[in-house]
Design a protein around this ligand. Structure first.
Ligand SMILES: [Zn+2]
Length: 269
């Protein structure tokens, strides 16, 4: 099974459960039908039962295409408290959330550079573009943003994640880290985003978290002060370019899956 498909596990389980319930109800209906065959008066009740059964089973037999064509459920406007807790997730179209992905250093500078010229800006971009692609495949709108993208000013989205990689000159250093802004206006939402990213990234890549090296550059990251305060933001350093080079350079799709899974976890998808 494709690792990314593991995310569908819960949907898969609920479909199995639904099918089992339907089979149980169908078995009961058949048994009842055999008993009533001996009584003419019960035929009327059987017909009534079939009609009720049709009502019960009808919605389960709708195809996915039909469900997609059904009008969306109109959601009430979120309360101020709900927005404060969840960020602006509820304020947007829940069926099609928007996520901004910053391709670290893109359009600005090379970032960290290894002795052989391999640069952070190029590895960040490969990962960021793949994250955007994965999110879009899962029905999430995603913007691929430069480091100092003009769109970051008052950017409003359900999440913003900036992708960076760590320096190439610290032998022995390995691991990743995720941080949010120090002065968060939406602590619960941003902590949840950090927790989701940390958990899923570790699960997909096998890397350990390296929180001791979280710097001011991460917790006071410039983009956090440019986006709207109600847009949950996080920055991830995907690994150290020296000791974690094999993962970052040769398995960027695994890296991207870990980040995309963290974002989907945060969005509850
Ligand atoms: Zn960087």
């Amino acid at each position: 099974m494709d690792e990314f498909e593991i995310l569908c596990y819960h949907n898969f389980m609920s479909k199995r459960r639904q099918k089992k319930q339907t089979q149980t109800i169908r078995r009961t209906t058949i048994k009842r039908g055999e008993q009533t065959m001996f009584s003419i008066t019960m035929i009327t009740l059987l017909i009534a039962g079939v009609l009720v059964g049709f009502e019960l089973f009808g919605p389960n037999e709708r195809s996915n295409a039909e469900i997609r064509m059904m009008p969306p459920v109109v959601q009430a406007a979120p309360t101020k408290e709900a927005v404060a807790v969840t960020g602006n997730l509820l304020a947007r179209d829940y069926a099609k959330p928007l996520v901004g992905i910053v391709s670290g250093h893109k359009g600005y500078d090379p970032g960290a550079v290894c002795a052989d010229g391999w640069s952070e800006v190029e590895v960040n971009h490969i990962i960021a573009a793949e994250v955007v692609s994965l999110l879009r495949r899962r029905g999430v709108q995603a913007d691929l943003l430069d480091e100092y993208d003009d769109r970051l000013t008052d950017y409003k989205a359900d999440a913003l994640v900036s992708i960076h990689s760590d320096s190439c000159n610290i032998p022995g250093a390995t691991g990743f880290k995720v941080a949010r802004v120090t002065d968060s206006a939406i602590t619960e939402a941003e902590d949840r985003l950090v927790t989701c990213l940390t958990r899923e990234y570790a699960a997909y890549t096998g890397l350990s978290a390296h929180p001791a090296s979280i710097t001011d550059g991460m917790t006071n990251y410039h983009a956090f002060n440019e986006i709207t305060p109600l847009t949950p933001g996080a920055i991830i350093e995907t690994g150290f370019m020296l000791d974690d080079r094999h993962l970052l350079q040769y398995k960027p799709k695994i890296v991207a899956r870990g980040i995309a899974a963290g974002i989907l976890c945060f969005l509850g998808r």
